[in-house]
Ligand binder design. Sequence first.
Ligand SMILES: Cc1cc2nc3c(=O)[nH]c(=O)nc-3n(C[C@H](O)[C@H](O)[C@H](O)COP(=O)(O)O)c2cc1C
Length: 339
Amino acid sequence: MMFERAVRPVLFRIGGGDAEAAHEWTLRRLAAVSRSPALLAALRARYAVRAPRTVFGVEFPNPVGLAAGMDKNGVALPAWPALGFGFVEVGTVTAHGQPGNPRPRLFRLRESEAVVNRMGFNNAGAEALAARLAALPRPLGAPLGISLGKSKVTPLEDAVEDYRASYRALRAHGDYFAVNVSSPNTPGLRSLQDRAHLDALLAALVGEKPVLVKIAPDLTEPAIAELLEVCLARGAAGVIATNTTLARDGLAAADRPGGAETGGLSGRPLAARAREVVSFVHRETGGRLPVIGVGGIVDPDDAARMIDAGASLVQLYTGFIYRGPALVRAAARAATHPR
Ligand SMILES: Cc1cc2nc3c(=O)[nH]c(=O)nc-3n(C[C@H](O)[C@H](O)[C@H](O)COP(=O)(O)O)c2cc1C
């Protein structure tokens, strides 16, 4: 409640209410926190939850992770485990650094506890991230996932080489890698979820480190089933379900203007569909492919329900915007204790 009453109103006024300005301010603050052992220790004392588990051969201190896109360039990495996250996914990063789409490109839909974004993989590039990660004090306190995407300048037919270049630059630094083929904000990207494209992509990346595939909630069940066959055949370590949606179901009336913005929708309206996809993946693979469940976890019960649907781990992004770090701690507890 502290966050919602005292912190959030201030954050939501930054930059005249511009959501990306608040995001940048928060990241700057957390980057400063990351440089202070005393502040990190204080946060850890308040927020850390220990509920360890091992999934795809990696040990996690608790099952609630930070979803990709929050800390694309890894500027505040020590802060996230101190805020209670059991793992952190940086990126999405691309082989070539790129500015992303013109601003504004991030919109709050407050009544719906949702966000629409069309960031377009703004990031400093794989080499810059590798340099930052190499300089980071280790251990981080939680596993690090690295999300890889396709550079906008790279044509779709050269996508494999683009992902591979990022992977080569970063493979020493990640505990797992997420192949992002599901962002709606890079033209053509989601066609990489098709059998032939995904097969080539996984053939090039699977081997040394666990590789997971992040999927869109807008795929049909037959399309997901086909994708899962490729994942199993190629030895993917798991699936991350789901990315943001193009659908606009379940928005409060006050949020219709925000909902009309182009981009991917996240937060509460995504929860039911994301859970449905997690459940489908779990059923379809007979539990052989671990799932990281993500989408619309805005209260602790959502985390528990995602685990009940078959997720081995969960992640959140939009819930953190609306509820702050208390949600992370409560979700980690809820996801751990069966209801
Ligand atoms: C502003 C913003 C940026 C995002 N950027 C990425 C990204 O770079 N890569 C990615 O795989 N997902 C990205 N996502 C999607 C989230 O990781 C997550 O899959 C989605 O938001 C659903 O979870 P949520 O409802 O908890 O936010 C982004 C989401 C938001 C809101």
